[in-house]
Write a protein that binds this ligand. Structure first.
Ligand SMILES: C[S@@+](CC[C@H](N)C(=O)[O-])C[C@H]1O[C@@H](n2cnc3c(N)ncnc32)[C@H](O)[C@@H]1O
Length: 289
């Protein structure tokens, strides 16, 4: 529990000659279209081996003998459809990834002068390390285990959400967190082996929910002070990114901040948002500071 579920390179590739199931270009194109239409994920042709590796396991588990048979199954088996989507997402994450954002967030929280609850939407939360890092930042900023902060943590992938909800991480995952904070925010008994579990106070700040950013309606209601949307837009093409950004901006408070991943730039959406520092953006109509 709590492992990075899969990264682009975490599964061995299988050369076409040694493949257990035939996987034609037409099969790949069908998979590519399904995941693009449903999740917005644009798989390049270079991902063919990765797709084979991830889905061959599913064929085996379902007892199918060809991709054609498996793809027909997907049309009528809702549960397998969910597993199919989960298999094709990439969930690389870590605690306090891109650490400068957490300092900027702490400054943003300190600026709030009225008494409103500071609301954050972490919309590609993966296995939970990111929303728990946000919750730790909130507790540290307010010097309280009960800060006036609410975090909505969502993802399309139901299996990573379940890991986030469980809040159990191996020692090597929590290594990046300063030891003082590990003991403040995690429980660890000798009988737990190398498992660390987030304290219930931290867990209570977060609501986990399945939300597909491509779906026409989101069960996420603004206004949010901060939207963390990091390292997910890279999987979408520019028109998809633009459509999602257009829906995000009205959900932000006028002075709310949008946090993006290190390799994501939104020059093509300059009419929607403007930069306020390293991969932090605000709405076009945000007050100047
Ligand atoms: C690489 S991880 C990034 C995790 C975290 N934000 C970080 O930066 O460490 C990308 C996450 O986006 C999720 N994702 C992919 N497509 C999505 C979609 N259409 N809607 C919501 N989440 C999606 C994946 O399931 C995955 O957990």
């Amino acid at each position: 529990m709590g492992d990075v579920k899969k990264t682009l390179s975490s599964l061995p590739t299988v050369s076409p000659q040694t493949r257990e199931f035939p996987f034609s270009s037409a099969d790949f194109e069908r998979v590519r279209k399904l995941i693009y239409d449903h999740a917005g994920i644009a798989l390049s042709p270079a991902k063919q081996d990765m797709v084979y590796s991830r889905l061959a396991r599913r064929l085996r588990a379902c007892g199918d003998t060809s991709f054609g048979q498996y793809l027909v199954r997907l049309e009528r088996d809702k549960k397998e459809w969910e597993t199919f989507i989960n298999s094709l997402t990439t969930n690389l994450t870590s605690f306090f990834r891109e650490a400068h954002h957490f300092d900027i967030l702490a400054e943003q929280m300190k600026r709030v002068t009225d008494k409103h609850v500071f609301r954050i939407w972490c919309c590609a939360a993966s296995t939970g390390e990111e929303p728990y890092s946000l919750a730790i930042t909130a507790c540290e900023t307010f010097s309280s285990l009960n800060p006036p902060v609410q975090i909505l943590a969502s993802d399309i992938d139901t299996s990573v959400l379940a890991q986030g909800e469980a809040g159990c991480y191996r020692r090597d995952r929590v290594d990046r967190i300063p030891p003082g904070q590990v003991s403040r925010y995690f429980t660890h008994a000798a009988s737990d082996g190398d498992q660390y579990t987030v304290r219930p106070e931290l867990r209570r700040l977060i609501t986990f929910r399945c939300i597909n950013l491509l779906s026409p309606s989101w069960s996420a209601q603004g206004p949010f002070d901060a939207i963390f949307c990091r390292n997910v837009m890279i999987y979408f093409d520019k028109p998809t990114q633009y459509g999602i950004l257009k829906r995000f901006m009205p959900l932000l408070r006028p002075d709310g901040q949008f946090y993006a991943g290190h390799s994501e730039s939104f020059l093509h959406a300059a009419d929607l948002l403007r930069s306020r520092g390293r991969t932090v953006y605000v709405r076009m109509d945000a007050p100047q500071r």
